[in-house]
Design a binder for this molecule. Structure first.
Ligand SMILES: Cc1ncc(COP(=O)(O)O)c(C=O)c1O
Length: 385
């Protein structure tokens, strides 16, 4: 059968090769430290699980939901007010099955064949995948050490900016760990206004930010509500990655457009999950803050540890990842990752899997406690790599 040419847009899964080799090594009895995939090892707060279980035992909640419950939309609005000091109304909110799914459908909602879109490089993969599915042609703006791994709109050529339809920005950034300042967001809003570009901000890591920095919302920037939308995911803040709970928040015309597309293929989020989301949004946030401190301890253990064995890297500023330059002047990140796994039993993600500017780097996921991270450092040191 001739499958759709669309599938040719996507390469082979990078994690698959590493994973296959990991299984082989584990079968041989080797100790493996997997710091590759960003699945949190922390647990979901009890009040969220309780809300889901209670709702799931009510037969009425097993029907098609068909819509976001008004209480859910209200909970997002009050959360934005209390957590980010941003006033939004229910027509500015819709649920998605994770930011991943929302991003995956946004290109199809916004783009026609050949439209230009601005994406970061290194790029969280679905930013590109969703855009490509919509027929868009990405222009990748680099995130480099020279500009603290932040978007630098001045370097985007005028002719590209003029034809760009949207720009995806995501800070704190996966994979590079950089964080925004209010000034940077103001520059991005001015750029968007000048060239009439929609900003799509992915705010997956606002609650994982270090050294007393503030993780806010892009929409709190003056003018941002006119030029932007933001994905607001509960996945990492509340450790509900498997429940697939995120929201697109912001400009009502964009929300209505994505809702129109999804209404053709979706019957709404499972009601017990909507109830769990309400419990998360209206509930206590202490665990979110405590968890951020735990991530910071892991960041310290990893960055201090790597520096102690000769790696040169600054501290990551946010997210559950650390972006590290490969030591010894080596540049082939895939080859390095394979060797690191073979010799040290440590699995990390090759920077090149996030785009050409990721080459020469690897990404560590902070999914092990500090004691285990010490073991990782020792394993790398002993391996002599
Ligand atoms: C930048 C970024 N966006 C989105 C996601 C996925 O979020 P969700 O679970 O809401 O789909 C991730 C997950 O790792 C991420 O790193």
């Amino acid at each position: 059968m001739q499958f759709s040419k669309r599938l040719d847009l996507f390469g082979n899964e990078i994690f698959a090769a590493l994973n296959n080799r990991r299984l082989e090594l584990e079968a041989q009895g080797r100790k493996i430290y997997n710091m590759s995939v960003g699945t949190p090892d922390f647990t979901t707060p009890e009040h969220i699980k309780k809300a889901l279980i209670e709702a799931a035992s009510d037969d009425a909640n097993w029907r098609y939901s068909l819509r976001d419950l008004p209480e859910l939309l209200d909970a997002v609005c009050s959360y934005y007010r209390k957590r980010f000091q941003v006033e939004i109304t229910p027509d500015m909110v819709m649920s998605v099955y994770g930011s991943q799914e929302g991003m995956g459908h946004l290109g199809m909602t916004l783009c026609d064949e050949g439209d230009t879109v601005l994406l970061p490089d290194p790029c969280y993969p679905v930013f590109a995948a969703g855009s490509l599915l919509g027929g868009a042609v990405p222009y990748y703006y680099p995130l480099t050490a020279e500009h603290d791994f932040l978007p630098y709109v001045e370097d985007i050529p005028e002719d590209v900016a003029r034809k760009a339809k949207y720009m995806i920005v995501s800070l704190p950034s996966n994979p590079v760990g950089s964080i925004a300042s209010p000034g940077l967001y103001e520059e991005i809003v001015a750029f968007a206004k000048k060239y009439d570009i929609l900003i799509i901000h992915d705010n997956a890591y606002s609650d994982i930010i270090f050294d007393d920095a503030y993780g806010g919302s892009f929409l709190s920037t003056p003018g941002a509500r006119e030029v932007g939308v933001e994905f607001f995911s509960l996945s990492k803040s509340f450790n509900v990655t498997g429940a697939r709970i995120s929201f697109l928040v912001g400009r009502p015309d964009v929300i209505a457009a994505l809702r129109k597309l999804r209404s053709q293929i979706d019957f709404g989020m499972f009601l017990p999950i909507q109830k769990a989301a309400i419990a998360a949004l209206n509930g206590p946030l202490e665990s979110v803050k405590d968890q951020c401190q735990d991530y910071e301890k892991r960041r310290d253990a990893l960055c201090d540890g790597l520096r102690s064995i000769g790696w040169e890297l600054p501290n990551g500023k946010g997210t559950m990842f650390v972006w590290a330059k490969i030591p010894g002047g080596r540049t082939d990140s895939m080859e390095f990752c394979m060797e690191l796994m073979e010799k040290a039993g440590v699995i990390v993600t090759p920077g090149a899997s996030f785009g050409p500017h990721g080459e020469g780097y690897v990404r560590f996921a902070l999914v092990l406690p500090p004691e285990k991270i010490q073991e990782v450092i020792k394993a790398i040191r002993v391996s002599g790599i």
